[in-house]
Ligand binder design. Sequence first.
Ligand code: NDP
Ligand code: PYR
Ligand code: MG
Length: 756
Amino acid sequence: MSKTSRKQDALDYHSQGRPGKIEVIPTKPTNSQGDLTLAYSPGVAEPCLKIAENVEDVYKYTAKGNLVAVISNGTAVLGLGDIGPEAGKPVMEGKGLLFKIFADIDVFDLELDVKNVDDFVKIVKALEPTFGGINLEDIKAPECFEIERRLKAEMKIPVMHDDQHGTAIISAAALINACELQEKKIEEITIVINGAGAAAISCTRLYVSLGARLENIVMLDRSGVIRADRDNLEGTKAEFATKRNISTLEDAMINADVFIGLSSADVLSAEALKTMAPNPIVFAMANPNPEIAYELAVATRDDIIMATGRSDYPNQVNNVLGFPYIFRGALDVRSTSINEEMKVAAVKAIAALAKENVPEAVNLAYNAKNLKYGKDYIIPKPIDTRLIITVAPAVAKAAMDSGIARHPITNWEQYREELKLRLGMDDALMRSITNKAQSAPKRVVFAEADNYKILKAAQIVKDDGIAIPILLGNKAIINQIIEENELELDGVAIIDPLEEAEMTEKFAQYLYQKRQRRGVTLYEAKKLMRDRNYFGASMVQFGHADALISGLTKNYASTVKPSLQVIGTEEGVNRVAGMYLMLTKKGPVFFADTTININPTVDELVDITVLVNKSVKQFNIKPRIAILSYSNYGSNEGEVPHKTREAVRILHQKHPKIMVDGEMQANFALNKSLLNDNFPFSKLKSAPANTLVFPTLEAGNIAYKLLQELGGAEAVGPILLGMNKPVHVVQLGSSVREIVNMVTIAVVDAQAKENG
Ligand SMILES: NC(=O)C1=CN([C@@H]2O[C@H](COP(=O)(O)OP(=O)(O)OC[C@H]3O[C@@H](n4cnc5c(N)ncnc54)[C@H](OP(=O)(O)O)[C@@H]3O)[C@@H](O)[C@H]2O)C=CC1
Ligand SMILES: CC(=O)C(=O)O
Ligand SMILES: [Mg+2]
């Protein structure tokens, strides 16, 4: 993409639709006159009076506790300089957006037309009743130091100048890890800091508090090296003046271990970079363009660890990794400020998280196969949802331990769950299914192990203790994929059916016995065992594995067939069916049949419902089943209303314990009041249905796909129902996440089948 089109894209992004990037959305119902009476006059007077009696109640009755002001006067906007408050507004709206999406913190961005420190402090101080915290942004040095110092001293809510401390925290975490990777000690490294403003001063102070030696640091501003003998040195600059007899960036770079850029674009040359010590560390953090272009730096030094403030290169060292979570932790314990202990806790939490295995969603988002702690991954990626559950609790705990928390957290497990819910990570059901799987992992055989996605999923389920993978396929090919992608599958069994004469003989004999009257000869049975779906199913049948996963590379029907022939259906069950677990914004809902029975008869609908009822219980959920149609309790005639009505009648008669009703339309099944108002006799009147049985495959299939695309629901499945042993077939081309989900379900299925 050309530079011009990127610029135009950025302008379009901001101008199209509703201009800007944020809006205010009510959090309470506003549909009726009654709602408005509560939201505004006269109802609103009640919380007003409560707060007047006890001012702390402002946290109970208003949004204050989750509201942060992002405040700037536009004097140091990114590396663009003093461009004014209006010109800085897109950045402040951007900070607001990041606060919201990464930490569910609401923001009002306030751009002040004020340069004078006294006036600035006076205005911000007066905002204390409105906000739970103050994030100062892009205010130039040296005024920013006094502004922050005075506001911290005079306000009882957390105040943080992000460019100073957010940047210091994240770059310190990155520096600790980069030193470790380059085998350097922080106490010994020589550091060149280019820039002597808000960010540079605060970063340097933090590095010193973490062990860096003042005498090993050279700081530069626009006039060159800050030397003790320079005239007119401002207070903050004097703190880092060097005694060395050098003047230029080029002088300072000779043999330096680390370059920290917090100045402006393209000020570091390749020539200067060449003179650095072996294994140099370069954080060129000026935004939007770094002190040296990423490509130039890595082309100049192959022993470098290179980071920028940008999201489009590896190692984004940007305060976005810090401020959302620091404020989240501070707000959640209602701390009176953000102190050193909280900052250091954030540094340690961020640095440690980089060493953990990277979730697949992060790999996918960055189009990476396998991000791993190393030179190109020294700190976590901003979209990593583990940041909130790692950094915010660390910060909150540090606030409590250092005695500045007014609202301590007592149940950390619950707090972490709440944090997950904040990001819409409400996959509580999937988490509980995962926990269940982890409580007794089972051996899962992967029929298509000569595939990267399958191997990656195998690694994840192994790492997470969900399953013990068994890989089927050609050993050389599988090992080559593992090696090429740096997967970690040491100790995992790889079985090539073509090398397993004994097992093949045993499995073929079995299949021959089962199918000899259905046209299968022993010779053919042996040949079939070369197909990994037959071999894998046989392994499960003979107890060499507990579950089979297949289907990524073949169509559904041809993947299921071998298992049906080898394993067959459950005793007393005549057919199999497919079910999806839909993780919707309103909670989990099961859909069936979405995969197998095209136009089920009445009996088939009954069988499907019985299978679904049994399977939903495996997930510790009490099934509440609605059999769907376009008709409600006889309101319409036709083939579908008739067969669904008849299925319900038989179910009520033969399976009275199953909580099922219908026929009904989907909105009645899912809306308790609608159902109660119109059909108060319904068996489902006390709560909405959580399981929907569709009259035809097309209805089920279309419904789940619409919900996925338009409703943003995650579909887990299809869960194969009715097999005698756990066999699960992923959809052609599934993602790693979908495969992992399927394996988790297969393990829970295996546990249930083992326990009868
Ligand atoms: N990646 C990240 O997370 C962050 C990056 N930054 C980046 O850091 C830079 C500075 O921001 P901030 O500290 O807030 O701004 P300030 O205005 O407070 O400070 C800017 C500093 O950079 C110095 N400077 C500017 N140009 C040069 C140059 N060519 N050579 C040496 N020094 C120079 C200035 O020198 P003088 O004192 O002589 O004017 C000043 O000391 C910006 O580019 C900003 O985008 C900032 C915060 C976070
Ligand atoms: C990232 C940031 O805050 C800045 O560049 O100013
Ligand atoms: Mg900034």
